[in-house]
Design a binder for this molecule. Structure first.
Ligand SMILES: N[C@@H](CCC(=O)N[C@@H](CS)C(=O)NCC(=O)O)C(=O)O
Length: 210
């Protein structure tokens, strides 16, 4: 178990770094946040590429070591600080399995259609963008959100009564979907869920920070 570690997070809160900052706030861990200015290509600069060869955010730093990939960072923090109860105990076969399942589902099934839309709207160089792909992205997202919608029926959180990091990961993707007009009251359980999650103190603390 990690005690009194001082974490550093690189990445704008408008990027996937938000989910890492949100988790650190939920856990009450101290950290330093470094903005990375894409317009100045700071993410492709020498010092930044020493932290991550991929030149993308978020990056978590601790004790001179660096981790990239938001999902890995979230799992790392949740397990290193398991006393914060952001993941079910790993000995709890059923809950820990379902927790991991939703983390992976968030990143591979829910997020990818949104990322596909984003890449073909603004992230890729113009010559690689295929505008028509949005229809396929929406279709794929609809299938994935249907699973979340059914899972949340009569439940506060994905695993029941308790908020875990899988809610944070799924929530951060659903918040993105809301911004893309991919998620509205057509999916009432998911819409209520994300409306609840974005009112959490830790979420608001990051959102309202400078
Ligand atoms: N799978 C990665 C994706 C990281 C990623 O694409 N980050 C974006 C910001 S949200 C980025 O750094 N983009 C800059 C670039 O692609 O050059 C993760 O979840 O951390």
């Amino acid at each position: 178990m990690v005690e009194e570690k001082k974490y550093e997070v690189w990445g704008s809160k408008r990027s996937r770094a938000f989910r890492v900052l949100w988790l650190l706030e939920e856990m009450g861990l101290s950290y330093t946040h470094h903005h990375v200015d894409f317009s100045k290509k700071e993410h492709k600069s020498g010092p930044f590429l020493k932290k991550t060869p991929y030149g993308k955010v978020p990056v978590l730093g601790v004790d001179g070591h660096y981790i990239f990939e938001s999902g890995a960072i979230i799992e790392f923090l949740a397990i290193q600080h398991r006393e914060k109860e952001m993941a079910p105990p790993i000995e709890n076969f059923e809950d820990y399995g379902r927790y991991l399942q939703w983390n992976f589902f968030a990143l591979t099934e829910l997020e990818q259609p949104l990322w596909l839309k984003a890449k073909h709207s603004f992230a890729l160089p113009e010559e690689y963008r295929v505008k028509e792909i949005e229809k396929a992205a929406f279709y794929e997202f609809s299938k994935a959100i249907g699973v979340i919608e059914r899972e949340l029926n009569g439940k506060e959180y994905l695993l029941g009564e308790k908020f875990y990091a899988c809610d944070l990961l799924v929530g951060s993707v659903l918040n993105w979907a809301r911004g893309f007009d991919f998620l509205d009251e057509t999916y009432p359980n998911s819409f209520d869920y994300i409306t609840r999650l974005i009112k959490r103190d830790a979420f608001l603390k990051v959102k309202d920070s400078k």
